[in-house]
Design a protein around this ligand. Structure first.
Ligand code: SF4
Ligand code: SF4
Length: 215
């Protein structure tokens, strides 16, 4: 595997506009998901068979009593050594693209073990398309990036929160941004940068951004 590509999701620059979420729907030709107003900004509530990217709204109160409200543009992390792929038993159901490092599920994944894929993914990403039975998730826009374009979500982001590029350059940019952020946010850090291609930069305890993973 070459060093391939990577993406930054810099939560310090995210405004929660959901442009990335909509761009993902548009590029992949995915329908909207009917939802119910539950008293939060979270919409839709989670990934599903026609939603590969969701902007998560996490709020709460810290030990100091101060409220927090964080936005995270959530998606498959395109793990460097993908646990979902290691657990796959159907040839051609999941592909690890040599040039980019993107992890892509195909129509053949309908014959693979969905429960296994879901249980081994550290980020609770794989979902099933109810119509086709295939497993689905973000593809890193493999069709776009193989033709010299950036992923649709990155293209849509108006604030520089999302950046796409060669992994070595992205890792250097992550380092630069975290160093800068630490001056004002001592807890700033990159999450799992060594093991994933989609690297989140957070300004606080990562658990505050990932409350959906506790369930
Ligand atoms: Fe697979 Fe989950 Fe890693 Fe994505 S985040 S490559 S679905 S294990
Ligand atoms: Fe955040 Fe950019 Fe997505 Fe808007 S488009 S929600 S600023 S990551």
């Amino acid at each position: 595997m070459s060093n391939g590509k990577s993406i930054i999701v810099d939560t310090s620059r995210c405004t929660g506009c959901r442009g990335c979420q909509v761009a993902c729907k548009q590029w992949n030709g995915l329908p909207a998901s009917p939802t119910t107003q539950t008293g939060t900004y979270q919409n839709p509530p989670d990934f599903n068979g026609c939603t590969y990217k969701v902007v998560r709204f996490a709020d709460g109160r810290g030990a100091d009593g101060k409220p927090y409200w964080y936005f995270t543009s959530d998606m498959c992390r395109h793990c460097v050594e993908p646990p979902c792929l290691a657990g796959s038993s159907v040839e051609g159901g999941m592909i690890h693209d040599e040039a980019t490092g993107a992890v892509v599920y195909t129509a053949k994944s309908k014959d693979d073990d969905f429960e296994t894929a879901q249980s081994v993914c550290p980020y609770n990403v794989p979902r099933k398309n109810e119509e086709t039975g295939a497993m689905v998730k973000c593809t890193m826009c493999i069709d776009r990036i193989s033709n010299g374009m950036v992923p649709a979500c990155v293209q849509a982001c108006p604030t520089g929160a999302m950046v796409f590029g060669d992994r070595d350059e992205i890792l250097a940019e992550v380092q630069r941004r975290v160093t800068e952020l630490k001056k004002t946010h001592p807890k700033a850090q990159a999450v799992d940068a060594d093991s994933v291609r989609v690297i989140f930069i957070v300004t606080d305890d990562p658990a505050r951004y990932h409350s959906h993973l506790k369930a």
